[in-house]
Design a protein around this ligand. Sequence first.
Ligand code: SAM
Length: 174
Amino acid sequence: MKESWEGEFQHFIRNEDEADLLWFTVEMVIKEAGKKELLANPKILDIGGRQGEFSKFLNSKGIKAVSIDLLKVDHNQGAEQVQANIHKLPFQNESFNIIVANSVFDDLLYKFNYSTVIKEIARVLEPNGIFIMLASAINSHKVPELSEYFSRIDTPFTKNLAFSEEEAILWQKK
Ligand SMILES: C[S@@+](CC[C@H](N)C(=O)[O-])C[C@H]1O[C@@H](n2cnc3c(N)ncnc32)[C@H](O)[C@@H]1O
């Protein structure tokens, strides 16, 4: 019931084509930010990744990716799904170099302690790694920890992407 209600308002990655478009967007903004070295050996965490369609797509291309979601979702072959809360990420420090949050930070649907979430994301991200928020974003006025742990990178492509009317925002770990 909750899932169908959520679906009325939010975008979900439901298939390979949508996952492909998300990856195209992520690659594009990382290149535009001048950080293409991160794409040489990507280790990607998709937070709030739902059924793991994005990580499944990436793993099928030989790109190391893990999906984490609070919900217990059906097993999705190849998706490397982890059921956990993003307030306490079950990963070692500096395990990933790219963290993606697509359509996750919606205060109408979910409750977050952003201070805790941002510290956790910073902990599991390598130095100079990139945290990308798409289609729902928080800013450093609301969450001061963002500028404590990250530097914001603006590019011409971080706004009004084809993928979404909303912003994609990049933060690089200090
Ligand atoms: C709108 S969905 C987006 C799913 C996916 N990123 C996509 O684009 O298809 C947001 C997801 O965030 C998850 N979520 C919300 N709060 C969470 C939390 N505290 N820890 C882990 N996942 C959470 C929800 O269960 C939901 O699957």
